[in-house]
Write a protein that binds this ligand. Structure first.
Ligand SMILES: [Zn+2]
Length: 175
């Protein structure tokens, strides 16, 4: 082996402020980091995956949801996480894009994202009782917090997805 970088990484274990589920779209990387900093999250455990919180709300494959849930469990077990940050962003390819699926209408896109974040929140809260969940939408002008009341209202429109929270809860892996 040949050393190509010298850098002293911290050896101490850390407590994670929040497990963050967001898209890997690099256009929003800086906004995401600034938002976390503003939210007081100095030590996140990031889950950067295509579509972000979509994996929990409306996964293309069910194992996407299982995988993300498992990552959050590991963040809890290894780093004491008690908070999850869910993110979606405008013009996300996983949703078909702003100009494609939403025909350039950011209002329609936002409304759909509210429904998605409500579904993701309901899923997480049923799978991990007591977990704190916060939802954000990133767009080309900044970041927007989605108030719990908004996701609860949107959840009313998605009740068919989660008719019984217990039926969608995954068995908690051994910890
Ligand atoms: Zn995306």
């Amino acid at each position: 082996m040949r050393k190509v970088l010298h850098f002293d990484s911290p050896r101490e274990k850390y407590l994670c402020d929040a497990s963050v589920v967001g898209c890997f779209d690099n256009r929003f990387d800086t906004a995401c980091r600034k938002l976390l900093k503003r939210s007081g999250i100095a030590q996140p455990d990031p889950n950067k995956i295509a579509g972000g919180a979509k994996a929990l709300a409306s996964p293309e494959q069910e194992f996407h949801r299982t995988f993300v849930l498992d990552q959050i469990y590991k963040s809890i077990r290894l780093h004491g996480t008690d908070r999850v940050i869910l993110m979606l962003h405008s013009d996300c390819g996983a949703y078909g894009g702003l100009s494609g699926r939403f025909q350039g209408d950011s209002g329609v896109e936002t409304a759909h994202y509210h429904t998605e974040l409500a579904a993701a929140t309901a899923f997480l809260k049923s799978a991990i009782p007591g977990i704190k969940v916060e939802s954000f939408i990133l767009d080309f002008e900044g970041a927007w917090v989605v108030e719990e009341s908004a996701t609860a209202a949107a959840q009313g429109t998605t009740s068919s997805i989660f008719p019984d929270p217990a039926s969608t809860a995954f068995a908690r892996p051994d910890r």
